[in-house]
Design a protein around this ligand. Structure first.
Ligand code: CU
Length: 152
Protein backbone atom coordinates (compact mmCIF):
# COMPACT_ATOMS: atom_id res chain seq x y z
CA UNK A 1 0.00 0.00 0.00
CA UNK A 2 3.03 2.31 0.13
CA UNK A 3 2.95 3.32 -3.55
CA UNK A 4 -0.64 4.68 -3.66
CA UNK A 5 0.06 6.62 -0.46
CA UNK A 6 3.16 8.09 -2.01
CA UNK A 7 1.14 9.10 -5.05
CA UNK A 8 -1.48 10.78 -2.87
CA UNK A 9 1.19 12.78 -1.08
CA UNK A 10 2.62 13.94 -4.40
CA UNK A 11 -0.82 15.12 -5.56
CA UNK A 12 -1.38 17.02 -2.33
CA UNK A 13 1.97 18.75 -2.67
CA UNK A 14 1.19 19.82 -6.22
CA UNK A 15 -2.16 21.15 -5.07
CA UNK A 16 -0.54 23.19 -2.29
CA UNK A 17 1.94 24.64 -4.76
CA UNK A 18 -0.85 25.70 -7.14
CA UNK A 19 -2.65 27.42 -4.25
CA UNK A 20 0.52 29.27 -3.32
CA UNK A 21 1.02 30.52 -6.87
CA UNK A 22 -2.61 31.63 -7.16
CA UNK A 23 -2.25 33.50 -3.88
CA UNK A 24 0.62 35.50 -5.32
CA UNK A 25 -1.62 36.87 -8.07
CA UNK A 26 0.32 38.62 -10.82
CA UNK A 27 3.49 38.46 -8.77
CA UNK A 28 3.58 42.22 -8.32
CA UNK A 29 3.81 43.89 -4.95
CA UNK A 30 0.64 44.81 -3.10
CA UNK A 31 -1.47 41.76 -3.95
CA UNK A 32 -2.59 42.84 -7.40
CA UNK A 33 -2.42 46.59 -6.76
CA UNK A 34 -0.12 48.73 -8.85
CA UNK A 35 0.37 52.48 -8.89
CA UNK A 36 1.04 54.58 -11.97
CA UNK A 37 1.04 58.15 -13.21
CA UNK A 38 1.99 59.66 -9.85
CA UNK A 39 2.93 63.34 -9.70
CA UNK A 40 2.81 66.39 -7.48
CA UNK A 41 2.53 69.88 -8.95
CA UNK A 42 5.25 72.03 -7.34
CA UNK A 43 3.55 73.55 -4.30
CA UNK A 44 3.14 77.31 -3.85
CA UNK A 45 2.23 77.19 -0.15
CA UNK A 46 2.65 74.78 2.73
CA UNK A 47 0.10 72.49 1.08
CA UNK A 48 0.51 70.32 -1.99
CA UNK A 49 -1.76 68.17 -4.11
CA UNK A 50 -0.88 64.69 -5.30
CA UNK A 51 -2.28 62.60 -8.14
CA UNK A 52 -1.92 58.95 -9.10
CA UNK A 53 -3.83 55.93 -10.34
CA UNK A 54 -4.16 52.70 -8.38
CA UNK A 55 -4.97 49.70 -10.58
CA UNK A 56 -6.46 46.61 -8.98
CA UNK A 57 -5.77 43.50 -11.07
CA UNK A 58 -7.05 41.25 -8.31
CA UNK A 59 -10.54 39.93 -7.69
CA UNK A 60 -10.98 41.63 -4.32
CA UNK A 61 -12.38 45.11 -3.75
CA UNK A 62 -10.03 47.25 -1.71
CA UNK A 63 -10.04 50.72 -0.16
CA UNK A 64 -7.35 53.36 0.04
CA UNK A 65 -7.66 54.21 3.73
CA UNK A 66 -4.82 56.56 4.49
CA UNK A 67 -1.60 58.03 3.17
CA UNK A 68 1.59 58.96 4.99
CA UNK A 69 4.64 60.91 3.87
CA UNK A 70 7.71 62.10 5.73
CA UNK A 71 7.49 65.55 4.13
CA UNK A 72 3.99 66.37 5.40
CA UNK A 73 2.47 66.67 8.85
CA UNK A 74 -0.59 64.98 7.43
CA UNK A 75 -1.79 63.63 4.09
CA UNK A 76 -5.53 63.59 3.54
CA UNK A 77 -7.66 62.00 0.84
CA UNK A 78 -10.08 64.40 -0.85
CA UNK A 79 -13.07 63.97 -3.07
CA UNK A 80 -14.19 66.74 -5.42
CA UNK A 81 -17.86 67.50 -5.93
CA UNK A 82 -18.50 70.35 -8.33
CA UNK A 83 -16.35 73.28 -7.18
CA UNK A 84 -15.81 72.07 -3.63
CA UNK A 85 -13.74 69.33 -2.10
CA UNK A 86 -14.09 67.43 1.10
CA UNK A 87 -11.99 65.02 3.09
CA UNK A 88 -13.10 61.39 2.99
CA UNK A 89 -12.24 58.37 5.13
CA UNK A 90 -11.23 56.34 2.12
CA UNK A 91 -11.69 55.76 -1.59
CA UNK A 92 -12.65 52.47 -3.23
CA UNK A 93 -10.29 50.53 -5.45
CA UNK A 94 -12.72 48.10 -7.12
CA UNK A 95 -11.67 44.60 -8.16
CA UNK A 96 -10.46 44.60 -11.78
CA UNK A 97 -10.81 48.38 -11.72
CA UNK A 98 -8.99 51.57 -10.83
CA UNK A 99 -8.97 54.43 -8.41
CA UNK A 100 -8.05 57.56 -10.36
CA UNK A 101 -6.79 60.65 -8.55
CA UNK A 102 -6.54 63.48 -11.07
CA UNK A 103 -6.55 67.23 -11.38
CA UNK A 104 -10.13 68.44 -10.92
CA UNK A 105 -11.17 65.18 -9.28
CA UNK A 106 -10.19 63.09 -6.31
CA UNK A 107 -6.74 63.94 -4.98
CA UNK A 108 -4.31 63.74 -2.09
CA UNK A 109 -3.57 66.81 0.03
CA UNK A 110 -0.17 67.06 1.67
CA UNK A 111 -0.68 69.40 4.61
CA UNK A 112 1.80 71.21 6.86
CA UNK A 113 4.72 70.55 4.52
CA UNK A 114 8.03 70.27 6.34
CA UNK A 115 9.81 71.48 3.22
CA UNK A 116 8.66 72.70 -0.18
CA UNK A 117 9.66 70.15 -2.81
CA UNK A 118 10.78 71.60 -6.15
CA UNK A 119 10.22 70.48 -9.72
CA UNK A 120 12.56 67.58 -10.51
CA UNK A 121 12.60 66.27 -6.95
CA UNK A 122 10.82 63.15 -5.74
CA UNK A 123 8.50 62.80 -2.78
CA UNK A 124 8.11 59.48 -1.02
CA UNK A 125 4.71 58.43 0.29
CA UNK A 126 3.04 55.26 1.50
CA UNK A 127 -0.48 54.22 0.55
CA UNK A 128 -2.32 52.20 3.19
CA UNK A 129 -5.11 49.87 2.07
CA UNK A 130 -7.83 47.98 3.90
CA UNK A 131 -6.81 44.65 2.35
CA UNK A 132 -3.51 44.83 0.49
CA UNK A 133 -0.11 45.55 1.98
CA UNK A 134 1.01 49.16 2.05
CA UNK A 135 2.53 50.43 -1.20
CA UNK A 136 5.41 52.91 -1.26
CA UNK A 137 5.28 55.43 -4.11
CA UNK A 138 8.07 57.69 -5.33
CA UNK A 139 6.13 60.69 -6.63
CA UNK A 140 7.93 63.06 -9.01
CA UNK A 141 7.42 66.79 -8.51
CA UNK A 142 6.37 68.54 -11.72
CA UNK A 143 5.85 72.16 -12.68
CA UNK A 144 2.89 74.02 -11.18
CA UNK A 145 1.04 73.85 -14.50
CA UNK A 146 1.91 70.25 -15.41
CA UNK A 147 -0.86 68.08 -16.85
CA UNK A 148 -0.47 64.44 -17.90
CA UNK A 149 -0.24 64.00 -21.68
CA UNK A 150 -3.41 61.94 -21.91
CA UNK A 151 -5.98 60.18 -19.77
CA UNK A 152 -5.18 57.37 -17.44
CU1 CU B 1 -8.28 68.95 -1.50
Amino acid sequence: MSRPRGGAVAVLTAGALALTLAGCGSGEAGAGLSVGGAYMPQPVSDMAAGFLTVSNDGGTDDTLESVTSDIAGEVTVHETEGQSMREVDGLDVPAHGKLVLESGGNHLMFERLKRKPKEGETVSLVLHFAQADAVTVEMPVKSMTYRPASGN
